[in-house]
Design a protein around this ligand. Structure first.
Ligand code: PXP
Length: 259
């Protein structure tokens, strides 16, 4: 049986809360398993919106293993909250972004064999390429976030290449089991979030977040957006997507320090 989820009562969508971006890649993964037309990520977008999502996130991978260009085009039409396109830092992907015009692009590292995005971007190594790509997207007024580990060098570099935001990779925190490891990872996220905000970057966070581990991070005032996919879609299999989103949304509480 699933754990009962205790939801604090909050009203979704209040602008004093951090935002919840719902990643619907796995709806497309299920569709691609049979190569047919169901379940359709477009229906998922509508239900996530009804559940109080502040935005939708999709990753158009170079191997097109889940989200397809058709999904992106249709999502651009139906998503009126915020559409966040995750993509590799490649010129061919930037061309697609410039056509579709998402509300935000999140640049992520991509390796073909990985199950999911496994680590953050090495911003220092790819400084010039990232700066060029960010400039192209900025010319079209598309804000750019960089998915990076909570590493102070990478955060400085993200600010130097002209990013608007960083999404701090929470995977190491999510995978930690021993209390001392969890403590260490939370401390790294707090330090990273503070430096990013001081550097003028908006702070987002995501990867591996669940109904059980999100609460520790919602106390970090600098984080204004959480992007969550797998846990919400997994829960949706049993309780439906609208409810699964509503329940996650309720875990992201009002923070007095947040503007
Ligand atoms: N943020 C980024 C940049 C990601 O690549 C992913 C995985 O697609 C997520 C958030 C969501 O991670 P999860 O599915 O583990 O919630």
């Amino acid at each position: 049986m699933m754990d009962p989820i205790r939801c604090p009562s909050t009203s979704p969508g209040s602008k004093d809360m951090a935002r919840l971006g719902v990643n619907i890649d796995h709806v497309a993964t299920l569709r691609q398993a049979r190569g047919g037309y169901e379940p359709d990520p477009i229906a998922a977008a509508v239900l996530a919106d009804l559940g109080g999502a502040d935005g939708l996130v999709v990753h158009l991978r170079e191997d097109r293993r889940h989200i397809q260009e058709r999904d992106l085009t249709l999502l651009r039409d139906v998503v009126h909250s915020s559409l966040n396109l995750e993509m590799a830092a490649e010129a061919s992907m930037a061309n697609i972004a410039l056509q579709v015009r998402p509300d935000k692009v999140t640049l992520v590292p991509e390796r073909r064999q990985e199950l999911t995005t496994e680590g953050g971007l090495a911003v220092t190594e790819h400084h010039d390429r990232l700066a060029r790509l960010i400039r192209r997207l900025h010319e079209a007024e598309i804000p750019v976030s960089l998915f990076i580990d909570p590493d102070l060098t990478q955060i400085h570099a993200a600010s130097n290449v002209g990013a608007d935001a960083v999404e701090l990779h929470t995977g190491r925190y999510a995978n930690s089991r021993r209390p001392q490891d969890i403590h260490k990872e939370v401390a790294a996220l707090i330090q990273g979030a503070q430096l990013a905000q001081k550097s003028g970057l908006e702070v987002n966070a995501g990867h591996g977040l669940t109904y059980h581990n999100i609460q520790r991070l919602t106390t970090i005032d600098e984080i204004v957006e959480f992007n969550i996919g797998h846990s919400i879609i997994s829960r949706a299999v049993f309780v439906g997507l609208e409810r699964a989103v509503r329940e996650m949304r309720a875990f992201i509480p009002l923070s007095p320090g947040r503007s």
